[in-house]
Design a binder for this molecule. Structure first.
Ligand code: SF4
Length: 423
């Protein structure tokens, strides 16, 4: 099969994986090698559905032996199959990089023959990429659940970020839809990655030249909407993954109906993109606003789709408001809809020298159309309706989520393939 054909198949096959953001590494460029991960070295570009498209995002193979019901690449589905050779992965990445199409590589794979066999192919690809092709840029690679610890270690020494997809929020859902995947085969590698990372940090304290193990840490992905699992279940699991395995990110991927199973949503159901968006907002509240998961889901099992979770919390706790911006501490400022971590810090810094005027707030980054309902500035309230008004909710409703269109990065479409492949 031509390389161009493989790329079209394996670029398409990778589109459903959301977990490919590329932050966290700070490796400088070095003489004789290609690429770096510093500052703007990896540019972030997002497709309309929120997927990062700055990486070459491919599967090594979609010839999977597993039969996860929610997956387009399951062995029972009728899609064209392809497998890259390790050298093809390395060559594609460097050629795309040289042409400025991408800043790095996101490599995943279906299970070819066995988890260990697949991992060996991936390790070979990355060894070639880093060694023979001298690629020093960002690489995010998926660990295949069930792979041995030795192979996980090898892979982590070649990649910037590693991830194991948790896939579904509960063991029951996993058993029902992905019977080949056991919860333990997913959680055990996460624990191993965490231990290897800690051991690596210790080693580097003693020996500065020790190679880095997955310097950008690990992440995971959960599919949303393929099963009846609630937002509360998803967020509680996310919270415990952050805590237990020091996850850098938990990604949510709105289920796009591709599978046929009595418990899966029918094929004509839209991917729940607004729900995915609300889960990301809740995730930010946990990571950057010091919200506890129970505060976010205290109103019920599912998030209110009409309101962002912070506005929803504020409406349930009106007794905390209005907050006087000239006096409130950082933690309280962070609870105000329309004030984020940056604007909260700016407010605290600016008021050290003088009392803030309402006209200062926009310049400090406050989104006044939301914040005005929950603050006073020098005792003055500027909300369009009083805080306790029954119309307040209507002013905060926001159903603009991401666009429902799923788009492939241009470089994954045959029409945009570069001349070197055709030649
Ligand atoms: S292991 Fe499951 S989710 Fe992964 S490619 Fe195979 S069928 Fe799809």
């Amino acid at each position: 099969m031509e390389l161009m054909e493989k790329l079209a198949i394996l670029g398409e096959a990778a589109r459903y994986d959301a977990s490919c953001a590329s932050s966290g590494s700070t490796r400088q460029g070095k003489k004789g090698s290609l690429g770096s991960t510093v500052a703007c070295g990896v540019c972030h570009s997002w497709s309309a559905d929120g997927r990062c498209v700055s990486l070459l995002k491919i599967l090594l193979s979609n010839a999977c032996i597993y039969n996860c019901a929610y997956c387009a690449n399951r062995c029972g589905s009728n899609v064209p199959r392809a497998t890259f050779t390790p050298d093809e992965v390395a060559k594609l990445t460097t050629e795309f990089y040289r042409r400025n199409y991408i800043e790095g590589l996101f490599l995943s794979s279906g299970v070819v023959k066995s988890p260990d066999y697949t991992m060996e192919l991936m390790i070979e690809a990355l060894t070639l990429l880093r060694g023979s092709y001298g690629f020093n840029g960002y690489v995010h690679v998926k660990v295949i659940p069930g792979a041995s610890q030795e192979l996980i270690q090898k892979l982590g020494l070649l990649a910037d970020r590693v991830s194991v997809n948790i896939e579904l929020p509960t063991s029951q859902s996993l058993m029902l839809l992905a019977p080949d995947k056991k919860r333990d085969a997913i959680l055990t590698p996460m624990g191993e990655i965490q231990k290897l990372k800690e051991a690596n940090q210790e080693e580097r304290r003693l020996f500065k030249s020790a190679p880095l193990f997955a310097p950008s840490g690990q992440s995971t992905q959960m599919i949303v909407g393929a099963t009846p699992d609630s937002d509360a279940q998803i967020l509680r699991l996310s919270s415990s993954l952050y805590e237990k395995y020091q996850m850098k990110r938990v990604y949510f991927s709105a289920y796009v109906p591709v599978g046929r199973h009595p418990t899966l949503p029918p094929p004509d159901v839209q991917a729940p993109l607004l729900r995915e968006h609300r889960l990301y907002q809740a995730d930010w509240l946990m990571r950057f606003y010091k919200f506890k998961v129970e505060e976010i889901v205290e109103q019920g099992e599912n998030l209110d789709e009409d309101l962002d979770p912070k506005a929803s919390w504020a409406l349930r706790h009106l007794s905390f408001f209005p907050v006087e911006v000239n006096q409130a501490d950082l933690a309280l400022l962070l609870r105000v809809p329309g004030i984020g971590p940056i604007s909260a810090k700016r407010i605290v810094a600016a008021r050290r020298t003088r009392q803030l005027e309402h006209s200062d707030l926009k310049r400090l980054g406050v989104v006044l159309k939301r914040a005005n309902f929950f603050i006073t500035c020098k005792g003055r309230y500027a909300g369009a309706v009083p805080l306790g008004s029954p119309f307040l909710r209507a002013h905060l409703v926001d159903r603009t989520g991401p666009s429902p269109q799923y788009t492939l990065p241009d470089f994954a479409t045959p029409a945009a393939l570069p001349a070197f492949i055709e030649g």
